[in-house]
Design a protein around this ligand. Structure first.
Ligand SMILES: [Zn+2]
Length: 332
């Protein structure tokens, strides 16, 4: 039987720059939130900061008669959810091998559940966003890197629980292509991420003529970033537009392969770089139509994420709520 008392979960999104935490109601509404800078902190300080923000949120809820029952934690990289351990985090290397979830659970005396940040995005969009009601879909988070997740038969796909699943960003779309931070070449992430836009622009600058254009000016002024490349493209610079075309091509190819293999047709794309939607969606849809012979040209349904940065917070809280209800605990 449902507990009539008002309950909530804490959702945490631990990115390379900021640590964000929110108190989230059972229906997925954000009741209160906290943000702290995480960059340049040591692992112990991240734990201390995180615990302090979570205690704040627990108290803020208690003042309104709300009991906090669990916390969910999304971290970029490879994690071991059963042990509450960060195995490898490219954006926060100080956490490599650190049992953050387990220690946070001990400090807060609340069950804490961990997942990869793209997987919590998936849970958020599925619970309260663009993918609500979808049984089968692919999620792609375009940020500094390229996160991905699979939602199959109404559930987040966890594979063999090896610490990674739905890592669409590391599907090879061009063998021998540009290097990816994972060590491979030609991954989706090497074309469809903020980092890929900057490295792609630097590669393009080697081509005669482009160096003298707007991208060259940005590079000389030390201002080359995903955002400034986006602005160049919006002003019609062909070299910048080409980078977004390439991003759409790579995304279309990855989705064509996934849709054919899985027999599904829906994808939701979020993340900061997902905001450049109008610059890559035509190329994505054309590539998908050309390469997914199993679906008709109108068969694929590609949508934008609806929750923005809140997808990860709501999804992490949802993870906490679901696992708590299932009676799962991380090893403590
Ligand atoms: Zn890769």
């Amino acid at each position: 039987m449902e507990n009539p008392k008002k309950i909530a979960c804490i959702g945490i999104d631990l990115g390379g720059t900021n640590l964000r935490a929110a108190l989230v109601s059972r229906s997925g509404k954000i009741l209160d939130r906290r943000v702290t800078r995480a960059a340049e902190l040591e692992a112990e300080s991240i734990l201390t900061e995180l615990a302090a923000r979570c205690r704040d949120l627990v108290q803020s809820g208690a003042a309104r008669g709300i009991e906090t029952v669990a916390a969910g934690l999304g971290v970029a990289g490879k994690i071991d959810p059963s042990n509450g351990m960060v195995v490898f985090s490219p954006n926060l290397p100080v956490l490599d091998g650190y049992p953050l979830g387990r220690l946070l659970q001990k400090t807060l005396r609340l069950p804490v559940y961990m997942e990869n940040d793209a997987n919590v995005f998936c849970l958020g969009e599925s619970f309260a966003g663009a993918a609500k009601g979808f049984r089968n879909w692919v999620g792609i988070v375009l940020g500094t890197g390229t996160g991905g997740c699979l939602f199959l038969n109404g559930k987040l796909w966890e594979g063999d629980r090896l610490g990674f699943s739905g890592e669409i960003g590391h599907m090879i779309v061009e063998p021998g292509g540009p290097p990816c931070p994972c060590g491979s070449n030609g991954c989706l992430e090497a074309f469809a991420s903020a980092r890929a836009l900057v490295t792609g622009a630097r590669r393009a600058l080697r081509v005669p003529g482009i160096k003298e254009g707007p991208l060259g000016e940005l590079e000389r002024a030390g201002k080359l970033s995903a955002k400034t490349i986006y602005e160049c493209a919006k002003h019609g610079d062909p070299a910048a537009l080409e980078l977004f075309d390439k991003m759409g091509w790579a995304l279309g190819l990855a989705l064509a392969n996934l849709f054919s293999a899985l027999g599904i047709r829906r994808a939701v794309i979020g993340g900061g770089v997902g905001g450049a939607w109008d610059l890559f969606i035509d190329s994505l849809e054309n590539t998908l139509a050309r390469n997914c012979s199993m679906l008709g040209p109108e068969g694929a349904l590609i949508q934008r994420g609806r929750l923005g940065d809140d997808a990860a917070l709501i999804g992490a809280a949802r993870l906490g709520m679901k696992r708590k209800r299932a009676g799962e605990w991380v090893n403590g």
